[in-house]
Every structure is written in C-alpha cells, then in structure tokens.
Design a binder for this molecule. Sequence first.
Ligand code: 6PG
Length: 253
Amino acid sequence: MMISARICMANAAQIERHVLPDSAAAARAVAEWLLERALAVAGRPALCLAGGTTPRLVYEMLAERPMRARFPWERVHWFFGDERVVPQNDARSNAHMVREALFERAPVPPENIHPVPTESGDAAAAAAAYEAALKQFYGSERLAANRPLFAATLLGLGHDGHTASLFPGNPALAERKRWAVDVQDPSVPEPRVTLTIPTLESSGEVAFLVTGEEKRSIVARLARDEALPAARIHPAGRLRWFLDRAAACPAAT
Ligand code: 6PG
C-alpha cells in the first residue's frame, strides 16, 4: 500500500511524497513512475538516472515483466545525473551498475545510452564532453523553461544531504551556467562529474528514492535545512519523494 502525503520539508512547493512499506515496494513504485514518464512524453524522452546502490533494484525491475513488455525501449534515451571518474568497467562506475542491472538485460538500443565519457580519467574533459553531448541531444545551447531536457530525473540522497555529486559546501552547487561540471570533494575518494542544479531541474518530473533506517535522520534534517544540496532541487515540474517506511520521518508515516 502506498501512502501519498504532503511532506514535512521546508519550502515545499508542489511536492508529492510516497511512503512505501519497504525498499522493494519503493523500487517498484519508482520503476512504474519511470515507465509512466517514458510513455507520457512523445518523441524521444530522455531519462536521467541516479547512481549509488539504492536505485539498482529499480533498474532490474524495468528489465523484467511486467514493465519490460510495456516500456518504449526504442524511443527512450538514457543519461546519468553524475558519475565517478573511473573506467566504465570499474565496479564503482554508475554506468557499469546500470549496464549490469538494465542495459544488458533489456532491448536497449546502444545508441540510446549516453554515459559520461570517463575513459580519459580527466574529470574536466569528461564534464565538458558530457555538456556538449547533452546540448547536442537537446538541440540548443540554452535550456528553455517550457521545454525540459529530461522527461524524468531520478536522484538519490547521501547521508550528508548530497545528491548526484553535489556535495554540501562544494562550489558546484552554485553553478548556474554550465550543464555539467567536474567535482573534487574530500568526502569521496574519486573525482566526479555531476549535472548542475539547473540541468537536473530541467525535467518534466524529478523524484528522489530514499530507503533504509540509516537515511531517516538526513530525511528529517532536510525539513529544517534548505542549504542541503538535496533541498535545493526545485524543478519547474513535479517533485516526488519515494521513501520506504524505514527512511520516512515519523510525522508522515
Ligand atoms: C553516486 C550518486 C549519489 C547517491 C547517493 C546515495 O554516484 O553515488 O549519484 O548521489 O545517490 O550517494 O547513495 P546510496 O544509494 O548508495 O545510498
């Protein structure tokens, strides 16, 4: 059973919060949301994926029945909200994780997959190349408020309130011009490439998927601290939070 409610977060605009009994139910709800977004947008909808460990089950479910048969594989293009600057066959790579969980298990045209080009190991070059790839796909140098780049963007939440590779206090948070930037942060061992806030916000809908008791305190903190990176994502379209009961702050369960 899914409980949808207005969340207990600061500066809530139009936010929908979905609390699911457990992580599997939360993953299924997100997979259904991605399918719904892909079907709702004509032409070639772009989906922007989250990395880390939490969304893996979502990607696996998309490749399996019943969603596999309904998913418009030919039309959908796949992008990443951030990436670790490691080789693409490295276990730390978000592209590697999604390839194993989804791309190798579903009829995804290879030309529809747009990973961050990390092979050079040069984070700044990778960020610049990814920005160019996004602009080429979008067909313009400027994001238009009435034409979102992504049909849907999926994000995760770190224990410190980071999302994508936008870390607390990192200069990348303030970037408003560039679409993608390289990030060095003392909280993570490897250099990163992340989409900037304006790029992530250029989405028909944005959703966070957060599960597990260990995330409950940061979910509660977000209600009080608008400076946290995850609290600074304000898409033009709808913002959704998919949480399992363990992660949800008590007030809304
Ligand atoms: C990454 C992610 C990052 C992630 C959070 C949560 O590349 O690591 O994009 O923002 O979503 O760190 O990670 P977990 O899902 O593993 O808790």
